[in-house]
Ligand binder design. Structure first.
Ligand code: TYD
Length: 397
């Protein structure tokens, strides 16, 4: 009733469901769903309208790996240091521990991992961490609490926004967290998404794109409050929320919280008209990007993709850019190499420099890792080769 639709990104496949050669040959039916995005005028929460059950998305073949970029590894390392310095927790629980990129910085007898994707859970188990390969819900929270009573720090990066039932998420967190415990959440920031016209933050897994305003509204129902935030550059601009129980007086609410809220209001994230303006920018972005590809193709330029991200699945399917235009993607993730992009069926090849050098232009699928990639590909750039980006406006760089 309070949710107002503002963006239609068309029919989309599951963004991390890369196809195998067998799928292509057998013409295996892909799951497509209508990707529409709405804004809740009461809670300020931005969400996709058609929510896909977690069990369909997060299975034992989930390809995403947190440790595939230096940017992410360094970000987790720095965070682990800060957690120890600021909170010195007795016991840490990570929800969505992926391949252990953060948890590896903590002692094995003081940390628990929760990771429903069995292929990933296997990695942290092998590293020696107690890992529950389950979805985060109250049953699991009760099971964990019955065994471990002193969890005073819960951390979750890029996971809570993937879970449809936000009440269940925070209820389960409150069940296991000690009274003076701290919850740290890290998620792409909607304000950054707005500023960068990063409509590719929307896909089936990103059920929600949070802002500080919406997080405050979400957690207050559970007597929780945000007392500090950090702006971080991961995933195209994220916010890290430090949250405590309202009853915990050990920490004061930092002024950064007030400043961010003011920024969000100033940028109109509480007004529906802002979302309509955003939609118009997205439509323009599509037109411009298609024009760039068309122009280069007319000049017989070879275009490839760099970073076969879930985000690029949204862009390419929305803009209807297929294999005839973008020949292949290069990526370093083992679970993606040799597969095909969902929907567009663009092949993904293992990264190697000579394949990159065959290209005249590379579409920057991993635009959020631009700095790291540009450093790595200094020579490609020096040789006059170019990248194409769609963020914040489509252009050749
Ligand atoms: P990510 O930015 O996390 O995007 P999403 O969440 O949208 O899938 O993924 C980055 C992708 O880029 C990942 O598949 C690894 C790839 N990558 C490379 O292939 N080479 C590189 O040098 C870097 C930094 C990333």
């Amino acid at each position: 009733m309070y949710i107002k639709k503002f963006l239609d990104l068309g029919m989309q496949p599951l963004a991390n469901r890369y196809l195998t050669k067998k799928d292509i040959l057998k013409k295996t039916q892909e799951i497509f769903y209508h990707l529409e995005v709405g804004f809740n005028i009461k809670t300020k929460l931005v969400s996709i309208l058609k929510k896909i059950p977690s069990k369909i998305i997060f299975d034992d073949k989930y390809p995403y790996r947190s440790s595939m970029s230096r940017t992410m590894i360094l970000s987790f390392k720095k965070l682990a240091k800060n957690i120890i310095n600021n909170y010195n927790p007795n016991f840490i629980l990570e929800i969505g521990s992926n391949d252990g990129a953060l948890i590896r910085n903590f002692s094995k007898n003081k940390a628990i991992c929760v990771e429903p994707c069995k292929n990933l859970a296997k990695i942290t188990k092998r590293m020696g961490y107690k890992t529950y390969s389950n979805y985060w819900d109250i049953q699991l929270a009760k099971k964990i609490k019955s065994k471990t009573k002193n969890i005073d720090l819960i951390y979750s990066a890029n996971t809570l926004s993937h879970i449809n039932d936000t009440n269940s998420v925070f209820n389960s967190i409150c069940h296991v967290l000690t009274d003076d415990g701290i919850l740290i959440i890290e998620e792409p920031s909607f304000l950054e998404c707005l500023k960068k016209v990063a409509y590719d933050q929307f896909y089936n897994e990103h059920v929600y794109v949070f802002s500080l305003s919406s997080i405050i509204n979400l957690v207050k129902k559970f007597n929780l409050e945000v007392f500090d935030i950090e702006k971080i550059n991961t995933h195209g601009g994220s916010l890290r929320y430090h949250i405590k129980r309202v009853s915990n007086n050990k920490f004061k609410i930092d002024n950064k919280v007030k400043i961010q809220l003011e920024q969000e209001l100033k940028n109109g994230i509480n007004k529906y008209s802002t979302y309509i303006k955003f939609k118009n920018k997205v439509i323009n972005s599509k037109k411009k990007l298609k024009k760039i590809f068309l122009r280069l193709k007319k000049r017989n330029k070879k275009i490839i993709g760099y970073g076969a991200t879930a985000k690029s699945s949204t862009v390419l399917n929305f803009c209807n850019i297929k294999n005839e235009t973008l020949e292949y993607f290069l990526d370093t993730t083992p679970g993606k190499i040799g597969k095909y992009m969902p929907g567009t069926h663009i092949p993904i090849k293992g990264y190697n420099r000579s394949l990159l050098n065959e290209a005249d232009y590379a579409f920057l699928g991993a635009w959020n890792l631009k700095e790291e990639i540009f450093k790595k590909e200094r020579r490609y750039i020096k040789n006059g080769r170019k990248f194409i980006t769609h963020v914040p406006v489509p252009k050749i760089i």
